[in-house]
Design a protein around this ligand. Sequence first.
Ligand SMILES: [Zn+2]
Ligand SMILES: [Zn+2]
Length: 415
Amino acid sequence: MNRFCPICSKTVSLDEIKRYKTCKACYDKEHPLFTLGKGSLAIQICPTCMRYRSIDEEDKAWNVPAVKAYKEVWIQAIYQFIVARIPGHEKLDFFIDFKHEPGVLDSGRKKVVWLELAGRERDEAEPREATAMVQLLYSVGTCNECAQKRVGYHNSVIQLRAGMKRAKSDAMIEQMRHDVELLAAQTHFHGTAPVTSIERVPGGVDIKLASKKLGKVVAGQLRKKYCVGIKESFKLVGVDKGTGADLTRQFYGIRLLPFFPGDVLLLPRSGEPCLVLKTTSAMIHLLSLASGKVEHAKPEAFTEESIVFRSETDQLSQFQVVSLDEADGTMNLMDLATYEERVEALRPWLGVEADGGTITGFHFADSLYLIPLAPGDVDAHVDASCGGGPDDGGGDGDGDGAGDEEGSGADGPGE
Ligand SMILES: [Zn+2]
Ligand SMILES: [Zn+2]
């Protein structure tokens, strides 16, 4: 007895009609084993590192190949961009048969590879198999990583400079450089060294970093730790061939401000000499040597002319406290260099409680300004007694200037 396919009327076997309800050819036509979303794929391969990407993808992301050889990259790209997107691909085994490979001498930007993609059912006793031709077009293009390396291997530059020459500046710049290296050592940049060069330049040091992010982190940390002014800028260094986006290099001009604890500065709003207790990029904490009041001012409020005493080079005069006259509120001091005696007001914030000790001071504009015996204590005492409390941002410190209240507000409150 003859059986016929209900679609094409061809004679079919009992097995065939049982399994497919039609002839096998008609079944295959009605139920293709797999269909390709697209019969072609265009990829770009970086000749330096063999990363590849599909130029049809929206994100145009570069992929790292498992094996750095052209044919392996083709296969990986076919699986990633074609096979993995075939509906039901996980039930099939795929095989790639290269039918045409471009010769090494093939000219043209786009090279053509033809291949036959075969899929075979995995778990069937009589697995069906189907094939499809796929065209692979590939061109050579430098990936972002390699392009960035080519523009000089660095994407941000930390420029450390001494704002004004001070005896301490070189050592401070050196300490900042050391800090940058320590921070960099905690990071990685795509397997390359995070610091690509350190160069001494007139007035400072240039540190070139592979990543932009590290530049930002470093600048932020230096701002927290030191009293610096930071200018940020960028330079166009090229165009990303793949995305057309601008490639830029970030610059952080970090100027060390020449104000250090122990200096005496003239406070602009009062003209009083003030001892620097603590410096940060946001704020200088001072103690007025005229009134004993704690003052705060932004570093920008001061210039080199504001400095009337330099802690590391200028000498303080030493005085012995000869006697105290608490009824008068005075004390007798003897200059230890000249043995001349003088009477000075016994101000509580100077911290002089007994005779016999020494106190230092310096002469400015025909006056002697005494330095409190424990300036840090005055700071803590005044902060607390002023009831500065939480909105003062400080007050919890122990007065040694090691507090960290500037951490959150880089620009600080207005003065
Ligand atoms: Zn048929
Ligand atoms: Zn590359």
